[in-house]
Structure formats: structure tokens, C-alpha cells
Design a protein around this ligand. Structure first.
Ligand code: ATP
Ligand code: PRP
Length: 270
């Protein structure tokens, strides 16, 4: 099973919640799981789709964006969305620059770490702008990191980069003008698995990880309410967190309850 580095902590929490116990030796990227016949491999996010897609690794955690960028979407199956690593791949231009729309970027210079996705996106922009045949197309140049510096350095008219909080973008004096895709971390398995006999183990680990994610979405709410209040309480409107409350809704708790206990759910071993 392969996990990526950037949201390392969240992956570790997930593995621990799924009762996958291991000790990773210093500087080693491979380790054995103590309570299952599994080896864990810590790889760069961009390598994981290909390892899993080719069947060398049976399960992986990586970003939806890197699966598309590595063009492995037909070789891997996204079994679960993991609810973290959420970000968007966006076209950004200098806030105070002359280019303020996609059409104005057609035929100009883009710098990105996502050259496949950016290439496809700008091929359509070019077509819409009539940049076909020998006319100069939008140029897409790859850089491995610090993409946001490209415009200020005079290397690009716009960039295509990931945005989570937007802090990096704003600090670089950029603003978004289009979104290519929304992404989050996903659990993947090979669409053509090499090791058929491992299917039950793969299903078991997938179900446990699904359990951790489900457990995080809910709490157990216990409370006592006077019988008289139970009868008079009107059903309250649905709230943003209907899953927190039993039939009768949160109004029953906030208006009528005397002692309220909220428990987090945990998937850990006892
Ligand atoms: N700012 C961000 N917020 C949320 N998720 C992000 C952010 N940046 C990247 N990601 C997600 O994490 C994935 C991997 O990022 P990155 O390339 O930094 O990881 P890595 O190659 O595993 O680690 P590193 O480069 O640190 O060795 C991205 O493709 C995306 O899915
Ligand atoms: O919207 P924000 O919360 O600021 O996050 C976005 C930044 O995070 C990623 O970079 P990363 O930190 O992985 O470093 P990198 O620039 O070396 O890729 C991405 O490439 C942006 O630069």
C-alpha cells in the first residue's frame, strides 16, 4: 500500500484509525505492518497512480489531481474519497497585470507542474480563440515547484497551480480566473489487479478506512428531556448537521434537554 507525503499526518491518522500498526524506520520508505500481511511504501504523490495502476502496489492514497495528471484514470479505481487534501487546480494571473481573462491568455506563456492538464485545458482555449494550425499556441512550461513565482520572474503570463487556502496565490500577487478541477485525497486500487488472492485483504482495508471516515462524520448524542417537553416540542427545521441529532431535531436538545452528552466515534481497537 502506498501513501503520499504532503498530507502525511492525515494519512497516518487514517492508518492508525484503521488499526494498521507499523513502525517506520528512520530514512526508510518501506516498512512492514505488524498486524496484517502488508508492506507500506511511502512514495511521492505523483508516482502512486502509476505504481497502483500497473499493479505493483495494491492500494494507494494520493490526490485525485495527480491521477488525472499522470493519465492513469483508466488504470486505477478511486474506491473512497478521503475528505482531506482538498484543493483546486486554478489558472492564476497577476492581480495588477494586463491579462485578466482566459481569452487574453490564449497564445501566451503558462508555467505549471500540471503540464498534461494545463495542456489539455489550453488546447481548448486556443481552439476557441482560433489559434489553430501554424498560429502560435499557448506555451506550457513545466516547473517542479514554486510555480507562483513564475509571473514575477517574467517567465510566465499566467500559471496553473493548486490552491487550498489561497494564501500562496495572494502572497504572490495573483488571482484566479478559471478552475480546471477540484481535488481531494482518494484511496485507489488497481483496475486490473495482479494479485487476485489479495482481494479479500484489499476489501477489508478499504472497509476499515471507510469506517474511519464515516466515524468522523457522526457523533453520538445522548440527553434527557422531561416527558412533558417531549410531547410539546415541535419538530424543528433541518439544520446543517442533521446527522448529529435524532428524529425531532436539534430543537429538542437545545430547548428541552437537561444533560447532554456528545461522544465522538472511534474505529480503534479496544
Ligand atoms: N495546498 C494544498 N492543500 C491541499 N492539498 C494539497 C495542497 N498542495 C498539494 N495538495 C495535494 O497533495 C498532493 C501532493 O502534493 P505534493 O506534490 O506536495 O506531495 P509529495 O510529492 O507526496 O510530497 P513532497 O513533494 O513534499 O515530497 C497534490 O497533488 C494535491 O492532491
Ligand atoms: O492555497 P495554499 O493553502 O497557499 O496552498 C497552495 C500551495 O500549496 C502547494 O504548494 P506546496 O506547499 O506543496 O509547495 P510547492 O510550491 O513546492 O509545490 C501549491 O503548489 C501551492 O503553492
Amino acid at each position: 500500500m502506498a501513501v503520499y507525503c504532503r498530507l502525511h499526518e492525515r494519512c497516518l491518522e487514517l492508518l492508525s484509525g484503521a488499526d494498521i500498526l507499523f513502525r517506520r524506520p528512520n530514512r526508510l520508505d518501506v516498512c512492514l505492518v505488524q498486524n496484517h500481511p502488508i508492506a507500506l511504501v511511502f512514495l511521492p504523490a505523483s508516482d502512486i497512480p502509476s505504481f497502483v495502476g500497473k499493479g505493483n502496489v495494491d492500494l494507494g492514497i494520493t490526490g485525485h489531481d495527480v491521477i488525472l495528471e499522470s493519465q492513469m484514470e483508466s488504470f486505477v479505481t478511486e474506491s473512497l474519497r478521503l475528505g482531506f487534501g482538498k484543493c483546486a487546480l486554478q489558472v492564476q494571473v497577476p492581480e495588477a497585470g494586463s491579462v485578466q481573462s482566459l481569452d487574453e491568455l490564449a497564445g501566451k506563456r503558462i508555467v505549471t507542474s500540471f503540464e498534461v492538464l494545463a495542456g489539455r485545458f489550453f488546447a481548448e482555449v486556443d481552439t476557441r480563440a482560433g489559434l489553430t494550425g501554424d498560429v502560435r499556441h499557448t506555451s506550457i512550461e513545466y516547473v517542479g515547484g514554486s510555480v507562483e513565482a513564475a509571473c514575477a520572474l517574467g517567465l510566465a503570463d499566467g500559471i496553473v497551480d493548486l490552491v487550498e487556502s489561497g494564501e500562496t496565490m495572494r502572497a504572490a500577487g495573483l488571482r484566479p480566473i478559471a478552475t480546471l478541477l477540484e481535488s481531494e485525497a482518494v484511496l485507489i486500487r488497481s483496475s486490473t489487479p495482479k494479485h487476485a488472492h489479495l482481494a479479500p485483504l484489499i476489501d477489508k482495508i478499504t472497509a476499515r478506512i471507510a469506517g474511519v471516515i464515516a466515524a468522523r462524520k457522526y457523533v453520538i448524542c445522548q440527553y434527557n428531556v422531561l416527558r412533558a417537553k417531549l410531547q410539546t416540542q415541535r419538530r424543528s427545521p433541518r439544520t446543517a448537521r442533521p446527522d448529529y441529532f435524532p428524529p425531532g431535531g436539534p430543537g429538542l436538545v437545545s430547548v428541552g434537554a437537561e444533560d447532554i452528552l456528545i461522544f465522538n466515534l472511534d474505529n480503534s481497537r479496544v
